[in-house]
Design a protein around this ligand. Structure first.
Ligand SMILES: Nc1ncnc2c1ncn2[C@@H]1O[C@H](COP(=O)(O)OP(=O)(O)OP(=O)(O)O)[C@@H](O)[C@H]1O
Ligand SMILES: [Mg+2]
Length: 255
């Protein structure tokens, strides 16, 4: 079983798009996948066709210890793909939990009861390094960092790497970056090639060979509540996420 957090505190770097579409292709390959939406914006939840106001139990109730995780996990319309949804209330969880002992490991502890049922658990993190992201970092062994190929992309990466190291030292010694994904890549733009080059120099073989190209179909799919495979299976976006998923599956052999 692999547990992966998709993290970058920089907003709009392609986290949610990656979580939803990699999750969908993994499930198509027969893997049993649980996606966890740890972002109060609930974009993963919406992208999978759910409406947050109609969600009953969510990751919020889990963090506040109001229900068991089995009562919050939803099947999606795709076989093998499950979702622990989010809703707006999650935004106040950090404040509500401020006096809770062990608040940074609540998700990890509650997952213990059901995680064996899944081959992959993938967490979509919010664009911040607060308590929600901390819960993701204590739960997983692996981190994927999506990086948008644009001018400000590398800003903030130092802070992200520092945070990961602190969590590794103090709370989760097994934590490791196992994948860096270049997103919204346009090979005609110099800046895209430069950023991709710098990322490669720094993260070396951790960078996936597949770059996710800029593709308007990827940007359109969420509003239809569809994955790229359902929405436009012949698009560049579908092709890229399919290839990326195959690379992710290949990593299983490394272990
Ligand atoms: N390869 C791509 N080509 C074109 N548009 C994309 C691509 N990937 C993502 N997008 C669009 O860019 C926006 C940001 O992507 P996404 O929501 O995946 O980022 P995020 O890191 O999850 O953002 P946030 O930090 O707000 O959670 C979305 O509107 C998405 O549909
Ligand atoms: Mg997101």
């Amino acid at each position: 079983m692999r547990k992966i957090a998709v993290i970058n505190q920089k907003g709009g770097s392609g986290k949610t798009t990656t979580v939803v579409n990699v999750g969908a292709y993994l499930s198509k390959f027969g893997k049993k996948v649980l996606l966890i939406d740890l972002d109060p914006q609930a974009h993963t939840t919406i992208h999978l066709g759910f409406e947050p106001p109609n969600i009953g139990n969510s990751v919020y109730e889990i963090l506040l210890n109001e229900t068991e995780i089995e009562n919050a996990i939803l099947p999606t319309k795709l076989k093998n793909l499950f979702l622990l949804p989010s809703k707006l209330e999650l935004a106040s969880a950090e404040i509500e939990l401020v006096n809770e002992v062990g608040r940074e490991i609540i998700l990890r502890e509650s997952l213990k009861k059901c995680q064996k049922k899944f081959d992959y658990i993938i967490i979509d993190c919010p664009p911040s390094l607060g308590l929600l992201t901390l819960n993701a970092l204590t739960t997983v062994k692996e981190i994927f960092i999506p990086i948008q190929a644009e001018f400000f992309a590398l800003e903030g990466l130092t802070k992200l790497l520092q945070t990961i190291n602190i969590v590794k030292e103090r709370l989760n010694p097994e934590l490791k970056i196992t994948g860096v994904i270049i997103t919204m890549f346009d090979k005609r733009k110099n800046i895209c090639r430069e950023v991709a080059q710098k990322v490669k120099e720094y993260f070396k073989d951790k960078v996936f060979k597949t770059k996710i190209r800029e593709n308007v179909r990827l940007a359109e799919a969420p509003s239809f509540g569809k994955t790229i495979d359902e929405f436009s299976s012949k698009s560049h976006g579908a092709e890229d996420y399919f290839k990326l998923t195959k690379e992710i599956l290949k990593q299983e052999k490394r272990k």
